[in-house]
Design a protein. Structure first.
Length: 210
């Protein structure tokens, strides 16, 4: 703990906004991983239950299964079931609207995380400049022999740069992992809804033939 306090002190005032950036980025990362882990659950079991209900023409029960399951995949499936009696093109439009509504929810916080990844190294650069200004001020004041003041300016310049880059590198990796997970869930939504729509169309044709 004392080492962290020492680094914060030597890094100068720019370390405080860097600390804030890291805290906010960490909070977003944890929340998104938790939410997306729930949203990305395997929908096969849900689809199986929904199909069983649809075979019995029990649309209300099928929608109930979806509503009882958290996540965007279940929400998209519920929309498809609600619109089952529409023409195919109208059904596709309704499902696309559901996708457009769910996608921003999954991506919530990612633009902020991306901004923090960009801002952190810039703050580190700002700390480098203030550290060098402090160093040049010491030299201009004729205190070249004062090693403590000289090392203080150098430390501030190096610590802030290293901190900013560290924050940016770590959370850039997390941002990319989260973005990839969102893409996987969207693909999962499209696959699941397509499977369900095809199933409902086949069931509808079977009813007509009977």
């Amino acid at each position: 703990m004392s080492a962290i306090v020492d680094i914060m002190t030597k890094g100068g005032p720019v370390m405080w906004p860097l600390l804030l950036c890291s805290i906010v980025a960490l909070a977003i990362t944890i929340e998104r991983f938790y939410s997306l882990s729930r949203a990305g659950a395997d929908p096969e079991k849900l689809i199986g239950k929904v199909k069983d209900a649809l075979k019995k023409k029990d649309y209300r029960v099928a929608v109930g299964y979806c509503e009882a399951t958290p996540g965007p995949v279940a929400a998209a499936l519920a929309t498809a079931i609600d619109l089952h009696d529409l023409e195919l093109e109208e059904l596709k439009e309704g499902v696309n609207e559901a996708f457009l509504k769910e996608a921003p929810r999954m991506e919530r916080g990612l633009p902020i995380l991306s901004t923090l990844v960009t801002v952190a190294p810039l703050l580190g650069l700002l700390g480098t400049i203030t550290g060098l200004m402090k160093l040049f001020s010491v030299i201009a004041g004729g205190h070249i022999g004062n090693s403590e003041q000289l090392s203080g300016g150098i430390a501030e310049a190096l610590i802030t740069t290293a901190t900013g880059l560290t924050i940016a590198i770590i959370f850039m990796i997390f941002h990319n992992l989260l973005a990839a997970r969102v893409d996987r869930i969207i693909n999962q939504m499209e696959k699941s809804v397509t499977e369900l729509v095809n199933f409902m169309r086949m069931e509808g044709r079977a009813d007509v033939s009977n």
